[in-house]
Design a binder for this molecule. Structure first.
Ligand code: PEP
Ligand code: MN
Length: 266
């Protein structure tokens, strides 16, 4: 079944500074200095097309760092002014959408814990009505393709045509080297339903382990995914969230230089 999505091509809303497309930045904005310094180092690599940072963090369990909150929008603004990198942030409520749009964030994304809930996704979609902002939708935590498609449809029906999917892997009971199983078949299946929908791979949240990122990133490129989102922190060992999977901007640059693009079929 082909989906009825109205999609604008990726290059109409994100300027690729290098191949493959790379969105990078810390899991969480922690301090203004950490975010701005990381952004400068990422911009200097010349390989990053947008800066990501979570400021509202949907933690699975309470009592952990839940994001710096709205103040982080000002830090993102400064990072953009100083580096020229467009910014991307996760939104999980209508209020997040309103604040992010008001502060000029360039790209929004819906996180895996929001995609599972149609009420949450609809609330986000309603807040997006009339906005001309690109939105990326992560797969739901659980391996349910319909929930992923449903979320993409809700956002698209709100008039968002600058749309992409993010493949970040799926929670599983199986013992595995990965934090979230890639279940590549699911991403391929999405592609068959919506060939024009760009899919960006997130090897950071799939692996949960910085040593495995390049393996998964290469596999995503081999499967013709349109880009990568990778978490990068100026000092990963002291990161407040997802410390084991973040890489320094220098390590990210090195990792990217070893990836090869899929050769066009002749
Ligand atoms: C994130 O991008 O930092 C994040 C919380 O990811 P996910 O929604 O994929 O768990
Ligand atoms: Mn993270």
């Amino acid at each position: 079944m082909k989906l009825d999505l109205k999609i604008q091509p990726l290059d109409s809303w994100i300027k690729k500074t290098a191949e493959p497309l790379l969105i990078a930045g810390p899991c969480s904005a922690e301090t203004e200095e950490q975010l701005v310094a990381t952004a400068h180092l990422l911009a200097k690599t010349g390989k990053v097309s947008a800066l990501r940072a979570g400021i509202w963090k949907p933690r699975t369990r309470p009592g952990e760092f839940e994001g710096i909150g709205s103040i982080g929008l000002q830090w993102l603004k400064r990072a953009k002014e100083e580096t020229g990198l467009p910014t991307a942030v996760e939104v999980a409520t209508a209020k997040h959408v309103e604040e992010a749009l008001a502060s000029g964030v360039d790209i929004l994304w819906v996180g895996a814990r929001s995609t599972v809930n149609p009420f949450t996704v609809q609330e986000i979609a309603d807040a997006l009505q009339g906005a001309d902002v690109p939105v990326m939708v992560k797969n739901p935590v659980n391996p349910d393709l319909s929930l992923w498609i449903g979320a993409l449809e809700r956002i698209n029906r709100a008039g968002i045509t600058k749309l992409a999917a993010i493949h970040r892997g799926f929670s599983s009971f199986e013992k595995s080297a990965f934090r979230n199983e890639p279940m590549w078949d699911l991403a391929i299946n999405l592609k068959t339903h919506a060939p024009e929908l760009p899919i960006i791979n997130d090897p950071s949240h799939i692996t949960g382990n910085r040593d495995l990122i390049s393996y998964v990133a290469q596999k995503a490129l081999d499967m013709d995914m349109q880009g990568l989102m990778i978490e990068s922190h100026i000092d990963p060992s002291v990161a407040w969230t997802d410390a084991a999977q973040q890489v320094t901007p220098a390590a990210l640059s090195e990792l990217m230089s070893h990836l090869t693009l899929r050769k066009p079929e002749i």
